[in-house]
Ligand binder design. Structure first.
Ligand SMILES: *[C@@H]1O[C@H](CO)[C@@H](O)[C@H](O)[C@H]1NC(C)=O
Ligand SMILES: *[C@@H]1O[C@H](CO)[C@@H](O)[C@H](O)[C@H]1NC(C)=O
Ligand SMILES: *[C@@H]1O[C@H](CO)[C@@H](O)[C@H](O)[C@H]1NC(C)=O
Ligand SMILES: *[C@@H]1O[C@H](CO)[C@@H](O)[C@H](O)[C@H]1NC(C)=O
Ligand SMILES: *[C@@H]1O[C@H](CO)[C@@H](O)[C@H](O)[C@H]1NC(C)=O
Length: 949
């Protein structure tokens, strides 16, 4: 719509520049056309100027446009923050009556034409916060008409400030802040008697400030901050008697402050921070009675703070930081009752801490919020009157020579956010009252002489993000409740005498960035999870009794090996073979070792198991095994030969006649159960023999046929009365079956937990099952087969009550020993999974079976599941039994159904053996051969002279 008439408009505008061609209502048309052309030159991504319609008679109702009611001509254009980009074209030059032009906070680019300034009526021009660039041309201000205020701040203007400025006598406010202007201050400024505000801050201006302030007798504010001005502040500044704000900060100004400044009695803001000023704080500063903010920080000012500061009754902010001040602070400062911030840090002030700051009397600086006296040479104690400074938010007294204790009254500072008392000589303990300062975000007490414990009350400071207590003599444990301070980011407790275990709840701190506990006497296992999985070794070093992966030390390794077979011989502890002279053998099961086995690891495994369980619940909606079997039925054949289409059936012994079973296989009624690796069906061979057929559901994971066959044949070779025999297999790329001996009596799980027919297992039966299972595992391990999946539902009971262990070695059928797949395949082995499965760096060995066996032993004896889920609790069997052992109540753990019907002299050592098998560190678990021997000793104590307990 706009583009249609755009060329036309331009030509029209060109015509208009001759007075004869004006239409009937020329001035109005000028404004409409001018604005339309302005609009045509810019981009308006948010259509903010959609109300600007060229067909309108008058622009006075357009957004951002204001007209004079009398003349109906445009007097104000305010497009502040309209997100406009593009160039400021010639259109605006038509707005002959424009007085106020606000184009700030847009994205306008290109240069600005000097003609804009020539608009006769223009008084205010604000182009700040755009991307305007180029030099300000030398004739920019040559005909500045009635311009009073100009802001080009926050653009990209460069070059020098044109001298033509002096030709703008009406100008009141100049703001060229935050550009890239260079060169020195033009003398032109000094003719601008009307100038009230000059902001040239944040440019690259240099040279001396010319001594011409004398004629600027209307100047109220001057900001030259952030340039490269050098030399002295000219004396003539004292003639700008109306000056209220002076900001010369961040320059290279030097010399002493001109004495004339004392005449600036209206000045309330003086900032000379970060220059090169020398000399003392002048006594005459007390004459600048309106001062509210005085900042002389970061200079080279020396000498003492003059007592005349006390005359500055309006003072709110006093910053003398980073100078060379000496001596004590004058008592007169107590008069500065409005002080809000006092920063005298990084000087050489000495003596006692100024009492007038804290004193409880009427006269004191009650409103103080920021008090920074850090890095001086103050000595003496921190007065307990500090508790009266109820507005205090930041207190930094660090790096002085303060002594005495941290005052108890610190707990009264309810507004306190930051307290830094580091690097002093404070002694005593951290007061428990610190918990009263509940707004604390940062607590730094490092490098003092503090004693005692970290107060548990610290938990009340719930916003705490930084806690630095390093380099003291703190002792005792790290309070568990620190783990409740969920905002904590940086914690440094290093180089103290802290002892005890690390609360493992610390792993819950989600925002930790650093946690340094090095050089203490902490012990036990590092928390697992969260930040602690990536904590740097240097943060925990120097704690000799700390263990865990980070310190490269496995945890119970510092403890004695729990089983010592034949202490008279030192050679056999790893052989797994008992010495021939069984009769003289002593078995010592160390209780201390048992107790020392951390309960926490088992909880951790429990948590993982629960997670895995949840995962499984979500993914258990796969098509049923029966359906799968149906779809592959045509592939099924009883031919013993290899055939790509029909599959390959191999029976390890006897007649591979399978045909009667083929139908049964398809029948879901014949499903015996399901495990992690697949469903099991019962079928009957032609010779009347029953077999159990396991249909692997992990086919996508199964290796190549060659690998599969090699592994299966290996499994087929192990024969043991306590193992479910593998009779054969069937293989096609899409279907794999394993054919097992059929065991009729149901699983141990059912016997223990599902109350098979009201019959429960007697102690003898249980012992038998434990022993048989141990033997089967020992035999597997001898054949270098790891079971990987030992659990009560994989132990079957045959008709004579003998245990038969099934499902062994199947993990080897996976392409690789993938722990994730494994842990999700053996998901139902909740609580049986050895902790090393959770730890990628630990090699999985047959000791994982020993762990699972240990859990199974406890399960058989107690009749409880490895992990019991209560309403809002999870009970991990090993922990429960271990706890009972510590409390001497082991006997109570035995299955209640056996009460009075079991020999304690067997049951108790069996449980202890179970606990040893569930030792966290794999190498500390006995091997299965040892286990079998121990069990046999327990059963027949007369054969040996053993001591258990
Ligand atoms: C500003 O304009 C430039 C082009 O002139 C463009 O590249 C940039 O994206 C714009 N920025 C914003 C915030 O609109
Ligand atoms: C100069 O302009 C900048 C940007 O708009 C503003 O922040 C600053 O306050 C102005 N200076 C004065 C003295 O008004
Ligand atoms: C002076 O200018 C600097 C940089 O633009 C700014 O940060 C400062 O606040 C200004 N000073 C005053 C008193 O406005
Ligand atoms: C005092 O000035 C220094 C810079 O010179 C600054 O870092 C500090 O924050 C200032 N103190 C206060 C309380 O504003
Ligand atoms: C306290 O002051 C010291 C020295 O001036 C400084 O290094 C430290 O960062 C300050 N502490 C806080 C919490 O700001």
């Amino acid at each position: 719509m706009l583009s249609l008439n755009y060329c036309l408009l331009i030509s029209w505008l060109l015509l208009l520049s001759t007075p004869h061609s004006r239409s009937l209502n020329p001035s109005l048309d000028d404004d409409v056309l001018g604005l339309i052309v302005f609009k045509a030159d810019i981009q308006d991504p948010y259509q903010k100027l959609s109300s600007w319609n060229e067909d309108d008679e008058t622009p006075c109702n357009w957004v951002g446009v204001k007209c004079s009611p009398r003349s109906n001509r445009v007097t104000e254009l305010n497009l502040d923050g309209f997100s406009l980009s593009g160039k400021i074209g010639r259109g605006l030059l038509q707005l002959q009556s424009l007085r106020y032009l606000y184009l700030s906070n847009n994205n306008l680019s290109g240069t600005v034409s000097a003609n804009l300034v020539r608009l006769q009526s223009l008084r205010t021009m604000d182009l700040s916060y755009n991307s305007l660039s180029g030099a300000i041309s030398n004739d920019f201000f040559r005909q500045c008409g009635s311009l009073r205020a100009i802001s080009l701040a926050n653009n990209k203007f460069e070059g020098i400030i044109p001298d033509s400025l002096s030709l703008c006598p009406t100008i009141v406010a100049i703001n060229l802040s935050s550009n890239r202007l260079t060169g020195s201050l033009p003398n032109g400024f000094w003719g601008l008697n009307g100038l009230r505000s000059l902001d040239l801050s944040n440019n690259l201006l240099e040279g001396e400030i010319p001594d011409g302030f004398g004629s600027l007798n209307n100047l109220r504010g001057i900001n030259l901050s952030g340039n490269k001005f050098v030399g002295r502040v000219p004396d003539s500044i004292g003639r700008c008697l109306l000056l209220r704000m002076v900001d010369f900060s961040d320059n290279l100004l030097s010399g002493e402050l001109p004495e004339t400044m004392q005449k600036l009695s209206l000045c309330n803001f003086l900032n000379l921070r970060r220059n090169l000023f020398v000399g003392e704080v002048p006594v005459w500063i007390g004459e600048m009675k309106s001062l509210e903010s005085l900042d002389l920080s970061g200079n080279k000012i020396s000498g003492k703070v003059p007592g005349s500061i006390g005359n500055l009754l309006s003072l709110k902010v006093l910053n003398f930081s980073a100078n060379g001040l000496i001596g004590t602070l004058p008592y007169s400062m107590v008069n500065c009752a409005n002080l809000v911030a006092l920063d005298l840090s990084q000087n050489s002030l000495s003596g006692e801490l100024p009492q007038w700051i804290f004193q409880a009397e009427e006269k004191s600086v009650k409103k103080i919020q920021v008090l920074d006296l850090s890095a001086n040479q103050f000595s003496g104690e921190i007065a307990s009157a500090i508790g009266g400074s109820s507005s205090l938010q930041l207190l930094n007294l660090s790096r002085n020579s303060l002594s005495g204790s941290v005052p108890v009254s610190i707990g009264e500072l309810k507004a306190l956010n930051v307290i830094d008392l580091g690097e002093n000589r404070l002694n005593g303990s951290i007061p428990t009252e610190i918990g009263g300062a509940y707004s604390l975000k940062e607590l730094r007490l490092e490098r003092n002489l503090l004693l005692g414990q970290i107060p548990t009350s610290i938990e009340n400071c719930s916003s705490l993000t930084v806690l630095i207590l390093s380099g003291n003599k703190l002792s005792g444990p790290i309070p568990v409740n620190i783990a409740k301070l969920t905002s904590l980011q940086d914690v440094d407790l290093s180089s103290n005498n802290l002892s005890g275990n690390l609360p493992r709840q610390l792993a819950n701190l989600a925002h930790l960035k650093s946690f340094n506990i090095s050089h203490n006497y902490l012990q036990g296992e590092l928390p697992v999870g969260g930040f602690f999985n990536t904590i740097s070794p240097s943060s925990v070093s120097g704690n000799p009794s700390l263990c865990g992966a980070v310190v490269n030390k496995s945890c119970p390794a510092v403890l004695p090996k729990p089983i010592v077979l034949n202490p008279n011989s030192s050679s056999d502890s790893t052989s797994g073979v008992l010495p021939p002279s069984l009769g003289h053998k002593r078995i010592i099961l160390s209780i201390s070792a048992l107790i020392a086995i951390g309960a926490a690891a088992a909880i951790f495994v429990g948590v993982i198991a629960i997670t895995v369980l949840n995962l499984r619940v979500r993914s258990s909606t796969s098509p049923s095994a029966a359906a799968l079997a149906l779809s592959t039925r045509d592939d099924f054949s009883h031919s013993p030969t290899t055939d790509a289409n029909s599959g390959k059936l191999v029976m390890f012994s006897g007649d591979p006649d399978f045909s009667t079973g083929a139908h049964a296989l398809l029948n879901k009624d014949c499903e015996l159960g399901r495990g992690g690796f697949g469903a099991v069906y019962r079928t009957v061979l032609r010779d009347g023999r029953s077999v159990a057929i396991k249909k692997l559901t992990v086919s996508s994971l199964v290796k190549s046929q060659e690998d599969f066959e090699r592994e299966v044949k290996k499994l087929g070779k192990v024969r043991h009365p306590n193992l479910v025999a593998l009779d054969g297999y069937y293989w096609t790329p899409s279907l794999q079956l394993l054919i097992y001996e059929y065991v009729s009596g149901g699983s141990l799980y059912k016997h223990l937990h599902d109350g098979m027919g009201g019959n429960f297992l007697s102690w003898n039966e249980r012992f038998n099952i434990i022993l048989g299972t141990a033997k089967s595992l020992a035999s597997l391990h001898q054949s270098n087969i790891i079971h990987y999946n030992i659990k009560s539902s994989n132990v079957l009971i045959d008709s004579s009550g003998e245990p038969k262990v099934g499902d062994y070695g199947l993990a080897r059928l996976l392409p690789m020993l993938d722990r994730y797949v494994l842990s999700s395949k053996v998901q139902s082995a909740l609580g049986y999974m050895a902790p090393e499965f959770a730890c990628r760096t630990v090699k999985i060995t047959e000791k994982c079976d020993v762990y699972g066996f240990g859990v199974l032993v406890l399960e058989v004896v107690t009749g409880k599941r490895p992990v019991e889920y209560m309403e809002d609790d999870v009970v991990v069997l090993c922990d429960m039994v271990r706890g009972a052992l510590e409390e001497g109540r082991l006997e109570e753990c035995v299955d209640g159904r056996l009460q009075g019907k079991f020999p304690a002299e067997e049951a108790i050592p069996v449980m202890k053996l179970g606990l040893i098998c569930t030792t966290q560190v794999p190498s500390n678990r006995p091997d299965m051969g040892e286990v079998v021997n121990i069990l046999e000793l327990i059963r027949c104590p007369s054969e040996g002279q053993e001591e258990l307990g």
